[in-house]
Design a protein around this ligand. Structure first.
Ligand code: NAP
Length: 281
């Protein structure tokens, strides 16, 4: 695989965050609530939430929902987690609730730092791209910020996103499109693999629900093995492949033409292109 520029990641170690830092979450849908649960489990205490239609789960949490007065001071951290198509109206509505020196972390897909800066002049804007395993604390979030972000702000952003999984800082915003195509959309690729394996299992004689159980458990068990092993994926594959055996027969098909690799190359390229297009709308 060739890339125009190498992927460069910088990992930061999180430091303890003062729990009194006022956090304002705007939008507590699927991803907003996932982050909220992670923050509560990590003892972040001062959380206020602005949400149009708070769910029963949200209402049961020890957070201040749609407060009459938002805590606004220069330590304020705002997390923007509404749908991208709504963000201009939302920021117009909540502009007065965001301190001029606040750090705003946006998880909005396809909305650039420049666009957010235009809507929120003067604020420190950080882009975050989490993925759906964040809902069980197993996410992978890429973070991207302007060069002049303070250590205090970058440490707080790291701590907040660490509450729902791993965190990686990327050096330039263009990488967010690549991240979206790999880890952002990636869970759907794996879910589709399970669907495809289920159909293949039915084709060789399984009843449908048994086929799904076998496909699902094979993938989750293998993912857990990959997670716990020090060997890389290629080595783990070789470990279960004997020459002339059944796995080899299947891999000859998967690695032949068109190979799974070539299909994935095209799929990831298509996702990255779409992410780039969306950021220009
Ligand atoms: N889900 C993922 O896996 C994922 C991954 C990476 C990034 N993201 C990004 O995360 C963001 C949120 O995604 P999601 O899946 O969590 O969407 P979602 O479930 O639709 O959540 C968005 C929430 O924001 C609320 N909202 C809308 N306008 C508001 C306002 N003016 N004030 C307060 N709350 C308002 C919505 O309420 P209503 O329903 O009333 O509109 C909704 O509950 C999106 O920008 C998406 O690009 C999601």
């Amino acid at each position: 695989m060739t890339l125009k520029e190498p992927l460069r990641f910088v990992c930061l170690k999180p430091r303890a965050m003062p729990n009194s830092t006022p956090i304002l979450l705007i939008g507590a849908g699927k991803m907003g609530q996932a982050m909220l649960l992670g923050w509560l489990a990590s003892d972040f205490l001062s959380i206020q939430v602005l949400e149009n239609f708070p769910s029963d789960t949200l209402k049961s949490l020890p957070v201040d929902i749609n407060p009459s007065t938002v805590t606004i001071n220069e330590n304020q951290i705002v997390i923007l987690a509404v749908k991208p198509q709504n963000y201009r109206d939302v920021l117009d509505e909540h502009q007065a609730n965001i301190h001029p020196n606040a750090m705003v972390i946006s998880i909005l897909a396809g909305i650039s730092v420049d666009a957010l800066r235009g809507a929120l002049p003067g604020r420190c804007i950080v882009r975050a791209m989490p993925n759906t395993p964040a809902t069980i604390g197993q996410g992978l979030t890429a973070l991207c910020a302007p060069q002049d972000i303070s250590d205090a702000h970058s440490n707080i952003a790291t701590s907040l996103m660490k509450a729902v999984g791993e965190v990686v800082w990327v050096e330039n915003e263009a990488m967010i499109d690549a991240v979206t195509a790999v880890s952002g959309s990636g869970p759907a690729y794996l879910f589709h693999f399970v669907e495809a394996l289920t159909v293949a299992a039915i084709n060789v004689g399984f009843a449908p629900d048994m086929a799904e159980t076998f496909a699902r458990k094979t993938i989750t068990g293998s993912a857990a093995l990959l997670e716990s092993s020090e060997e890389n994926a290629a080595q783990l594959r070789e470990n279960v492949t004997s020459k002339g055996g059944t796995t080899q027969a299947a891999l000859d098909v998967l690695m032949g033409e068109p190979s799974l690799q070539s299909i994935l190359l095209e799929a990831v390229k298509a996702a990255k292109k779409r992410s780039e297009e969306l950021s220009k709308i």
